[in-house]
Design a protein around this ligand. Structure first.
Ligand SMILES: *Cc1c(COP(=O)(O)O)cnc(C)c1O
Length: 488
């Protein structure tokens, strides 16, 4: 049929139009779909052929199968009533930017392999840094995820340790390294420790205060204790916006400890750091100017399609020392020039997608003020929901709500002051979560705080309005009332 060559132009135009039309309808009416996929495990797999097609198939057939087979198994992260984990958005301009990036399909590993990819990335990272209030002159590049950015930060921190040539010798024969993060730090930090050969024991978890923020005095004590026991403390990961509650570690106090002890300070601000785009929330990143590296995720709260993680480093020379390798086949004369950055030398991956394009589209289309206004509205909605929770005798809030993520549980007043109610509350809240998610009208997830099963409503999708937040709140209350009372 088509022995060689790509899809013919006319066909691309026809199906491209169809696909864009599909996307527009999808984004226009996401409530047609249950937020949480209601399929059983294995159902999607079973509906698909187990062998590849021998001959090419018509686009009509492929697109039809998207609707029939794939969509029922999609959990709709782009739905305005998605409140689980952290709500995210693939916005119109971001989707268009991503489409063009796929069309250009450049690999921005070196400056020369696509100068505009590297230089746009530098410019966009500079813009974002200004919007966040980060110091001028920091080096920034885009990575796929915060997990990988933090991994690179910790690798740079290890490179900065003077006592042992880790890059050449590996961990063997060197001092036993230890890094620190709070009990509430994201799991990606411990995973980075595993990946880098620190071992889980090489990652010490520091207790938090009643508001789930790292206890800086406990950090200082832990470092002293570890030094005495022969460890080499080398890195602290502070979190600005923890994944459970969006609590913000006391970064200035942590920076004091890092400076006194000669440790690298990395700030994981994957979600909440984006709030600093609105000037009144700059306090979220206070102290970051003293950090060695910071990560924020535009793919979380800056309306940019996943994946796009912005990694800033004050000491790019160290990052480069950790990762740069230039075999003959990657050498270019331009790469020798000081104003040229071959970005593959600053991280794990060689091949690099043109992620800057979608972020550039998002920032230009909405503008700094437009982005700030949307974030501000999400925080307003979060504060509103927190007030509703506090005012309801059958619910209780389980953490402060600094931004737009609300942590609470159902605690019917009939169970107040009843001893031994904890176990029943656990079952009630797990049941409430499942029942709400099974409606398909909204999707929320949970965490555990102080041993308590905690419901989370995270507001962050660009299409979420007060009506959606009110609806999930009414759904929670109505469902709670209908739950069978466990009489004892
Ligand atoms: C979401 C999150 C991460 C992980 O982000 P990825 O980009 O998915 O790796 C890390 N840290 C915090 C605080 C997060 O909220």
């Amino acid at each position: 049929m088509r022995p060689r060559g790509d899809m013919p132009d006319a066909e691309f135009v026809a199906h491209g139009r169809q696909a864009v039309q599909w996307v527009a309808e999808y984004l226009g009416h996401p409530e047609r779909y249950p937020v949480l996929a209601q399929v059983a495990p294995g159902a999607v797999r079973a509906a698909l052929p187990q062998t590849p097609p021998r001959a090419g198939e018509a686009m009509e057939v492929i697109l039809r199968d998207v609707d029939r087979t794939i969509i029922p198994g999609i959990t709709h992260w782009n739905h305005p009533s998605f409140f689980a984990y952290f709500a995210i958005t693939g916005s119109g301009p971001g989707i268009i930017g991503d489409l063009l990036a796929s069309a250009l399909n450049v690999n921005g590993m070196l400056w020369k392999t696509s100068p505009a990819a590297t230089e746009l990335e530098e410019v966009v990272m500079g813009w974002l840094g200004q919007m966040l209030g980060l110091p001028d002159g920091w080096f920034g590049l885009i990575m796929d995820t915060a997990s990988v950015a933090s991994l690179c930060a910790i690798a740079a921190a290890r490179e900065a340790v003077q006592d042992h040539p880790f890059r050449m010798e590996g961990m063997a024969g060197g001092p036993r390294l230890r890094m620190y993060a709070s009990e509430q730090a994201n799991s990606s930090i411990e995973k980075a420790g595993i990946t880098l050969g620190l071992g889980q024991r090489g990652v010490r978890k520091i207790p938090v205060d009643r508001e789930f923020r790292m206890d800086a005095a406990a950090l200082r004590r832990a470092v002293t204790e570890d030094r005495a026991a022969g460890w080499r403390p080398f890195c602290v990961v502070a979190t600005a916006g923890t994944t459970s509650t969006t609590s913000i570690d006391p970064i200035p106090a942590i920076a004091d400890v890092c400076e006194a002890e000669g440790m690298w300070l990395h700030v994981d601000a994957a979600y909440a750091g984006i709030a600093a785009v609105a000037p009144e929330f700059r306090w979220v990143l206070a102290g970051c100017e003293r950090a060695d590296s910071v990560v924020v995720n535009p793919h979380k709260w800056l309306f940019t399609p996943i994946d796009c993680s912005a990694f800033y480093c004050r000491r790019p020379d160290v990052l480069r020392a950790a990762f740069s390798l230039v075999p003959e086949y990657l050498w270019t004369s331009e790469g020798e020039q000081s104003e040229v950055h071959d970005l593959a030398n600053y991280g794990v991956q060689l091949g690099r997608r043109f992620r800057a394009l979608k972020l550039w589209f998002v920032i230009r289309y909405f503008g700094w003020e437009g982005l700030a206004a949307r974030i501000r509205e999400h925080v307003r909605l979060g504060q509103e929901l927190a007030r509703w929770v506090d005012a309801d005798p059958d619910f209780e809030r389980l953490a402060p709500t600094p931004l737009s993520t609300v942590c609470f549980r159902y605690h019917p007043h009939r169970l107040r002051d009843r001893r031994g109610a904890e176990e029943e509350l656990e079952g009630l809240n797990a049941g409430l979560l499942d029942a709400v998610n099974a409606t398909g009208q909204a999707y929320l997830s949970h965490t555990r705080l102080g041993g308590k099963f905690t419901l989370r409503v995270a507001i962050g999708n660009i299409r979420t309005t007060e009506a959606h937040v009110r609806a999930v709140w009414e759904l929670l209350r109505a469902t709670g009332n209908r739950l069978p009372a466990v009489e004892r």
